[in-house]
Write a protein that binds this ligand. Structure first.
Ligand SMILES: C[S@@+](CC[C@H](N)C(=O)[O-])C[C@H]1O[C@@H](n2cnc3c(N)ncnc32)[C@H](O)[C@@H]1O
Length: 250
């Protein structure tokens, strides 16, 4: 599926089950995350069978996060990646959380004592060369423009700084693809049940699957990171699904 234009590199084509065209996408994304923020953590635990924290920590350590670093966690959501980062960096480091959704940031405020900013990955309100490490967990599929987002990540990282993007990529192995599709269908049914989640939460899981299914491939992401100026842009995968993209601002 071709999604690259001269100006923009959009993560996936418009998803007509949820909104009609690209101009309505941001509004839909803001609404779905604002509407589901209070149930995001329990849903996440169900989806990942409780293994999410362990995996996030391992991915952060694998990509070189260490004590004393200053981190920007973009699309922090309810702060799940930020929480794992705090445990690694110790008292000399710092984590700043940024998200477009006010309700998500309100959830972080209930759990973590970190500075929070409401903002967009496409236009970060920070000076050049501000952070040692920049993370984005499971949100690259939701940005407006991959090129603009990567330019911003490059700009705010210090020279030598590391970018880590966690994503769920469409499996290339057909058996794994079918298993994950089935899993998402079952989870949509389960999470739509009033006692577990609800209508909005079910819709969120359905939307997740469509964004995964329609997302640009790993090669496009890695090429775009390299074109932005990042060095050593690469990916690391588990089970042909859980993917870590890393790159260095040389
Ligand atoms: C699936 S949640 C991920 C939250 C968290 N990083 C995690 O790993 O659990 C996606 C988050 O991305 C945020 N988001 C989506 N597009 C964004 C953008 N362009 N800029 C900043 N935040 C964005 C949403 O508001 C939502 O909180």
């Amino acid at each position: 599926m071709m999604t690259q234009t001269d100006e923009k590199l959009i993560p996936h084509p418009p998803l007509k089950n949820f909104y009609q065209d690209e101009t309505q996408r941001n509004e839909f994304v803001n609404r779905i995350f604002n509407d589901t923020a209070s149930k995001y953590d329990p849903i996440n635990s169900i989806l990942s069978f409780g293994s999410g924290n362990w995996y996030r920590k391992q991915a952060l350590l694998r990509s070189g996060l260490t004590t004393g670093m200053d981190i920007l966690d973009v699309a922090t959501g309810t702060g799940l990646v930020a929480e794992s980062e705090i445990a690694i960096i110790g008292p000399k480091g710092s984590v700043m959380g940024l998200d477009r959704s006010y309700n998500m940031l309100a959830e972080v405020g209930k759990k973590l004592n970190i500075p929070l900013v409401q903002g967009d990955a496409n236009g970060l309100p920070f000076s050049d060369n501000s952070f040692d490490f920049l993370t984005m967990g499971y949100a690259l599929r939701h940005v407006d423009d991959l090129k603009e987002t990567f330019k911003e990540y490059f700009r705010v990282l210090k020279p030598g700084g590391t970018l880590l993007i966690l994503e769920l990529m469409k499996p290339t192995n057909k058996i794994i693809y079918r298993m994950i599709l089935l899993y998402f269908r079952l989870m949509t049914a389960l999470i739509s049940m009033p006692g577990v989640g609800g209508k909005n939460e079910g819709k969120l899981i359905q939307y997740y699957w469509e964004t995964i299914d329609q997302f640009v491939g790993s090669d496009i992401i890695i090429n775009s990171l390299s074109e932005t100026g990042f060095a050593q842009a690469k990916s690391h995968q588990l089970f042909n699904f859980f993917t870590e993209f890393t790159a260095i601002k040389a």
